[in-house]
Design a binder for this molecule. Structure first.
Ligand SMILES: Nc1ncnc2c1ncn2[C@@H]1O[C@H](COP(=O)(O)OP(=O)(O)OP(=O)(O)O)[C@@H](O)[C@H]1O
Ligand SMILES: O=c1ccn([C@@H]2O[C@H](COP(=O)(O)O)[C@@H](O)[C@H]2O)c(=O)[nH]1
Ligand SMILES: [Mg+2]
Length: 221
């Protein structure tokens, strides 16, 4: 599977990639704990700021719904709050990015562990321009997930506890890595949806202000 993914890597490049600078993309990651509001905010960013929103969890769920060979394994992982092998999500992201005319991607809920991070850098060959970190208390995340009411197999207290453990053990180190690279934009996600979105818009305004005024094919806003 890794070989198939590698064959196509040159088609998805962004400004931090070494190759193919003529095909520049803007890439923003959205990370945070389960229920921190990543997908809620990403939907609003896509609607208001013209990004293509790619939710890793939704891409995996689409595989389950399509009855693909990976479907059962993905569904079992989701029920257990476990992460699927990186090559699967990389393949799905790659297909979605290549199928989009948009060059501004908002990747929601990936990378979630160090294996994902290595796959993003070495197989997808993407580097985020910025990483939105939705910071929310554990109590509030649990409250939101138990009230989500979307029929998700993982919105029950046993699975939520497992997902929180994966988040604290595996995703926080990824957030710390991007923090050390100066890419994290931390947002207080504990507040009401519109207040959080005001902060999100502020982040994109700052990113736009910081980008070079010339030769910018895909501006942040
Ligand atoms: N700021 C907020 N205040 C109150 N409720 C919120 C807020 N943001 C999102 N919600 C609600 O909390 C629930 C979880 O939000 P959302 O699905 O966006 O979280 P998520 O971070 O994408 O979670 P997951 O990691 O499970 O995909 C949803 O029911 C959503 O409507
Ligand atoms: O990169 C990823 C993203 C998601 N998963 C699996 O999907 C579920 C649900 O994801 P949400 O982002 O919360 O919708 C997650 O718990 C994992 O089982 C993954 O493996 N890798
Ligand atoms: Mg989500």
């Amino acid at each position: 599977m890794e070989n198939i993914a590698r064959d196509d890597t040159a088609k998805v490049q962004n400004k931090d990639s070494k190759a193919n600078s003529s095909n520049q993309c803007k890439i923003v990651y959205a990370l945070g704990g389960p229920g921190s509001g990543k997908s809620t905010q990403c939907s609003k960013i896509a609607a208001h700021l013209g990004f293509c929103h790619l939710s890793a969890g939704d891409l995996l769920q689409a595989e389950v719904d399509s009855g693909s060979d990976w479907g059962k394994m993905i569904q079992d992982s989701k029920k257990e709050g476990k992460l699927v092998p990186s090559e699967i999500i990389v393949k799905l992201l790659q297909k979605a990015m290549q199928g989009s005319q948009n060059k501004k991607f908002l990747i929601d809920g990936f990378p979630r562990n160090e294996e994902n991070l290595a796959a993003a850098e070495n197989i997808l060959k993407i580097e985020p321009d910025a990483v939105l970190f939705f910071d929310c208390s554990e109590e509030e995340m649990i409250r939101r997930l138990l009230n989500r009411n979307q029929g998700r197999v993982d919105d029950n207290i046993d699975t939520i506890k497992k997902r929180l453990k994966v988040y604290f053990d595996s995703t926080l180190p990824v957030i710390n890595y991007y923090s050390s690279k100066g890419k994290i934009r931390k947002i207080d996600a504990q507040r009401p949806i519109e207040e959080v979105f005001d902060s999100v818009k502020g982040v994109f305004s700052e990113l736009k202000a910081a980008e070079p005024s010339t030769n910018c094919e895909h501006p942040f806003t």
